[in-house]
Write a protein that binds this ligand. Structure first.
Ligand SMILES: [Zn+2]
Length: 534
């Protein structure tokens, strides 16, 4: 027996949370052939892993790489961190199901995840899978179905509740996508059109997920529709869905964004814990930064966006409407009227619209243009639709650390697999460093997490939530998705001003047994697959 690759003498952290141990790992084909002393085995390639950690490749549970990996299959920003699987379709955004009659609305939706438009030639998960694998992707995709896409396919962009036929259509499409291997469904309940769904609509979709044991991942609403225990706020609806349908809930990108509530993460995690103790099958994810990033339109009043991007553009042509929107926006963002701190909102992508420079705050850009920040924001959205992206400094590291230390927390970047060359755009550094930042900042610098726990939150713990049985741990027979890194050197290097940086300390990365990073450099291999939920 000859192994393809023998990884010798590394510190193996197997993804289950168990303590590290020094041993060998042998790869044969796309799988792990042996874990343990393998000195006697012959191998085509031998990697001396002395001084390196050998771990399962990271599974990023919250990404938006749906389109970016079709644009550039290298997935540079992620493979260089050791990410081997991107969980896509989050926050309600997914490139399926597609209703060709609503193609422009689908494209407008997908613009909200920050990529340039590409022609959509498929309709469903299977078509997307074929396209991605034919083009070649360096890492795997575990697809989720976005409720935004589901709703557009069934009823376009409408703020009304679904009628019986539209509801049936959504249920049928969801079932079809799950049949084709989607791992679950997501909502983006502050985004159009996902936000228009009443809780009942989500209940009927979650029942389908629950029956099949698939996950429900939710970017929560900014208001509580359930009228249940007010202490739980935006958590209420997610927990209600978990409780009433039995669906497995993944609460997306937990954060405290309201300045008056900064420092309250402990209270939040205690409530989450109480709900789990009470029988709700729930976990949450968090990214290790003190700033968020999103399409700027997310922060506009709902009525401004009614009907989708084209309708919003049309609406904002009128001066009376513009003035009303400006006054409304100045009251704050989200239903909670979080006060605008315009010097904390930085332009990340403008495509040069209105002469707006990426990297500037809206406060500065608006002042230069001689406009109020609210007016400037509205004009940017009118011109650029969902393409205009911002980074918001509305969080504290203290809260983030508290979230990540909770036993129910997993790591999800909320970023995408994108090239290092971003031109003048300044995407959030989470795209380039979330996974390694956990190892550098939370494990090594702050000592908040031990290495085995941190790695489990990015591997085995994620696989368990997703129902991904053949990945996430280093064990015989598992898919050979593996990362080797130097625990002393590993770190993210991207900053908010210079985000597009390759991390340090990641030596080798294997996807399905094939090296995609060798000695710190990316190979030409594209061994990634669009995975199927079983
Ligand atoms: Zn989100």
């Amino acid at each position: 027996m000859k192994l393809d690759t023998l990884i010798r003498g590394g510190l193996v952290v197997d993804g289950t949370g168990l303590a590290p141990r020094r041993t060998d790992v042998g790869l044969k084909g796309a799988h792990i052939h042996c874990v343990g002393d393998a000195v006697q085995l012959d191998a085509a390639h031998v990697i001396d892993a002395t001084g390196l950690v050998v771990a399962p490749g990271f599974i990023d549970i919250h990404t938006h790489s749906d389109m970016s990996l079709l644009q550039d299959g290298r997935g540079q920003s992620k493979v260089h961190q050791g990410v081997t699987t991107e969980v896509t379709g989050n926050c309600g955004f997914s490139p399926f199901p597609i209703n060709p009659q609503h193609m422009q609305l689908h494209q407008d939706l997908l613009a909200g995840i920050g990529d340039d438009a590409i022609a959509i030639t498929w309709r469903d998960v299977e078509g997307y899978r074929q396209t991605a694998e034919r083009q070649g992707i360096a890492l795997n995709i575990a697809p989720l179905v976005g409720h935004g896409a589901l709703r557009i396919a069934a009823m376009g962009v409408s703020s009304t509740p679904a009628n019986a036929a539209q509801m049936q259509c959504m249920q049928d499409l969801l079932a079809q996508m799950l049949d084709q291997g989607a791992f679950g469904m997501t909502t983006g309940l502050t985004y159009v059109p996902s936000r228009y769904a009443p809780t009942d609509e989500l209940v009927s979709l979650c029942e389908i997920l629950a029956r099949r044991g698939r996950i429900y991942a939710t970017h929560a609403r900014d208001k509580d529709l359930t009228g249940a225990d007010h202490r739980y706020g935006p958590l209420n609806e997610a927990l209600h869905l978990g409780r009433s349908t039995g669906v497995r809930v993944q609460f997306s990108h937990a954060a405290i964004n309201t300045p008056s509530e900064w420092g309250s993460a402990r209270l939040w995690t205690e409530r989450f814990e109480a709900a789990v103790q009470d029988g709700v099958d729930a976990a949450f994810d968090v990214y290790p930064y003190d700033a968020s990033s999103s399409a700027l339109t997310q922060y506009l009043p709902a009525w401004v966006q009614e009907g989708g991007v084209a309708a919003m553009r049309e609406r904002l042509q009128g001066e009376a409407v513009m003035a009303r929107a400006e006054a409304d926006l100045a009251l704050g963002w989200s239903a909670n009227r979080i006060p605008w701190l315009w010097d904390r909102v930085v332009l990340a992508r403008t495509d040069g619209l209105l002469g707006a420079q990426e990297g500037k705050t809206i406060e500065a850009a608006a002042a230069e243009a001689g406009k109020s920040p609210a007016r400037y924001t509205l004009e940017l959205c009118r011109e650029g639709g969902n393409r205009v992206m911002v980074v918001l400094f509305y969080r504290t590291e203290e809260d983030m650390r508290c979230f990540l230390q909770c036993r129910h927390a997993l790591v999800g970047s909320d970023g995408s697999a994108i090239p290092f060359d971003q031109g003048s755009r300044q995407p959030h550094p989470r795209n380039f460093g979330a996974s390694v930042r956990v190892l550098a900042r939370l494990v090594r610098d702050l000592g908040d997490l031990d290495l085995a726990t941190a790695i489990a939150k990015m591997t085995g713990g994620v696989a368990a939530r997703l129902g991904l049985r053949d990945r996430g741990t280093l064990a015989v027979g598992q898919a050979a998705d593996i990362v080797l890194f130097d625990p002393q050197e590993v770190r993210d290097r991207g900053t908010y001003l210079a985000p597009c940086q390759k991390p340090a300390g990641v030596a080798h990365v294997f996807v399905n047994g094939v090296a995609v990073i060798r000695d710190g450099a990316q190979t030409d291999a594209r061994p990634g697959r669009v995975l199927r939920a079983a």
